[in-house]
Ligand binder design. Structure first.
Ligand code: CA
Length: 592
């Protein structure tokens, strides 16, 4: 009797360990022949160990095949490759295509999923109706739709396995970011920081779609989900009740802090990392206080959603410096000590290196020297030391603030090479004048309250692709770009780094020196993320989505489609019309 009980217990333990660990994804994320999650691996490194394409032969890269996505607006994100199938997403209405990678009909459509969405949801997408891609796990493809639905599709057939509503467009909440699968959960955020949406991240069971937990960015602790030891290592970052006490009245209920970026996961710590966006409105005079936990890096337990630590980068935001940008996990040697780090390039122009086990701030330096709203980050308090003239306030037009609301970097994700120990970062170099004004909250209506003018930063260029040393907080090299570098980055073990430009070039550079090795003009401006894989034929391929749009391209997109300028349209980008045109196209490159 005793014996059978202990066997039953043993079986139970083993079963739950298998269900939670998701060994399939642990294995797949390290198989560089495939690309099964948005950031390539759980660390979001966008680093590949594939070696066929080298510094010497990359000049011979040429298109192997192409695919029109059939939609016109901005294409952010990257396709996935799982086995011999590529999964491609599009801008609204967020179609999904499964393409056969087997020859001779490479690129043949195995299935397509064409969701029916109410077109009116596009009116509450602040900055073009983009989508940042898909995730894979357990034989399913996960899609976040603009209309707030999370859908699981059978990867083999494209049939819906389950569908849940995660966000309500009637209050301005949409979904543009990629879902992220961690263990047995698919975790999604929301967009709508310009509509007074109260941000949250939510975990769903990958098999059933049943909600496991939801954690808000602000509000009562039991809704922000704080662990008992929350911020124990850094109590000066704030501990209990900050999600209400740092707001006036009940402003936290429309507080923003949306969650539309790229997440990372450390399986050994069981922690996920992501950032929260700007507090709503854009008028700081209207919402005095630190506005926690907007503009914050969160580390949460994946099973419970409970926050282990949180660090707010931009207290009382006055610039729309959303903190949602990607989190990249890297083990770095800092002052002679090996540190489990999380590295984050924020919209506010500072690159942060923190101890990811407990949130301790290790490095925070400008990754564009022209950043001028703050002189530095005080390492003791963790707070920025602001330049008073650059703090915006209602009734004043603050001029010459760098960076602009677009940030020194927006969502375009950086890559990390453990070989060079450098981060490859696509950046913006745009400044602004900013005048906040009083605005009333109406559910589902823009809740912005600021007039902006954006223009190229000092030197006249609007972007750069840089290599960053996150252990020391230093730029190693920098390649100027005429327009913002609004594509993601890819780096390989052969020391080749790839990124795209708004004119439409896919470029390859030497990861050690930045020297340009190759470029190719794709059919439209690139705001997608280059990726690489090995096809069934054994060859290494590089693929990227073109399709101008997103915040950088929305002025252009609106102009080309003849409608009014979107929110925050950037006049300087209108020059882009001389270089490119709308339209989603996948281009897949290989050596001859
Ligand atoms: Ca924002």
């Amino acid at each position: 009797m005793q014996r059978s009980v202990s066997i039953a217990c043993f079986v139970l333990v083993v079963t739950s360990a298998v269900a939670y660990a998701n060994p399939e994804l642990i294995r797949l994320q390290t198989d560089d022949k495939q690309w099964v999650m948005p950031g390539k691996d759980y660390s979001a490194s966008r680093f590949s160990t594939l070696t066929q394409i080298t510094k010497d032969n990359v000049k011979n890269l040429r298109p192997a095949w192409t695919f029109s996505t059939g939609t016109l607006r901005g294409h952010e994100g990257a396709p996935l490759v799982v086995g011999a199938t590529m999964y491609v997403h599009t801008s609204f209405p967020n179609n999904v295509y499964a393409l056969d990678l087997n020859g001779p009909d490479v690129g043949r459509i195995k299935w397509k999923y064409l969701p029916k969405q109410d077109p009116s949801v596009q009116a509450v997408a602040c900055c073009d109706n983009v989508n940042r891609g898909l995730s894979y796990a357990d034989g399913k493809i996960f899609l976040s739709q603009l209309d707030g639905h999370l859908v699981a599709l059978d990867a083999a057939t494209g049939r819906e396995a389950w569908k849940v509503e995660n966000a309500d467009p009637k209050v301005g909440a949409t979904m543009t970011s990629a879902p992220h699968v961690m263990k047995d959960k698919v975790i999604v955020g929301v967009s709508g920081g310009e509509f007074g949406v109260r941000g949250h991240v939510t975990a769903y069971d990958i098999k059933t779609g049943q909600q496991a937990w939801r954690a808000y960015s602000m509000g009562p602790d039991e809704e922000v989900l704080l662990a008992d030891d929350f911020n124990a290592a850094n109590p000066h970052f704030g501990r209990q009740n900050q999600g209400v006490a740092t707001w006036q009245g009940d402003q936290w209920k429309t507080g923003g802090g949306t969650t539309w970026g790229w997440y990372a996961f450390d399986p050994s710590l069981n922690l996920m990392y992501y950032g929260t966006g700007n507090p709503s409105t854009w008028n700081p005079t209207q919402r005095p206080g630190d506005n926690k936990w907007s503009m914050t890096i969160f580390a949460r337990d994946v099973d419970t959603g409970k926050a282990k630590w949180a660090y707010q980068m931009t207290p009382w935001d006055a610039w729309d410096y959303d903190g949602v940008n990607e989190m990249i996990l890297a083990d770095l040697t800092i002052k002679g000590k090996l540190v489990k780090a999380v590295v984050h390039f924020d919209r506010n122009g500072f690159a942060y290196t923190l101890d990811r086990t407990n949130g301790t701030l290790l490095v925070a330096e400008k990754f564009d020297p022209d950043v001028n709203w703050a002189t530095h980050i005080d390492k003791g308090t963790g707070r920025p030391v602001e330049v008073p003239a650059m703090r915006t306030q209602a009734g004043t037009n603050s001029q010459g603030i760098c960076p602009a609301a677009l940030g020194t970097k927006d969502q375009q994700p950086a890559a990390y090479s453990p070989r060079t120990k450098l981060f490859y970062v696509p950046t913006n170099h745009v400044c602004m004048d900013y005048e906040p004004f009083e605005v009333k909250y109406t559910a589902g209506q823009p809740y912005v309250g600021a007039t902006l003018r954006m223009f190229p930063g000092p030197g006249g260029h609007m972007g750069a692709f840089i290599a960053w040393d996150a252990a020391n907080g230093k730029i190693v090299w920098s390649n100027k770009e005429q327009f913002s570098a609004w594509s993601g980055a890819l780096v390989t073990v052969s020391d080749v780094a790839f990124y795209g430009t708004l004119e439409g070039y896919l470029k390859a550079v030497d990861a050690r020196t930045g020297k340009e090795l190759w470029k190719f003009k794709t059919p439209s401006g690139i705001i997608g993320n280059p990726m690489t894989y090995v096809g069934p034929d054994g060859k290494q391929y590089v693929a990227v989505l073109s399709g101008i749009g997103g915040w950088a391209g929305i002025g252009l997109a609106a102009g080309l489609e003849g409608d009014t300028e979107g929110l925050g349209a950037v006049g300087a980008y209108k020059k882009l019309a001389e270089y490119t045109n709308l339209g989603g196209v996948l281009t897949v490159f290989s050596l001859p």
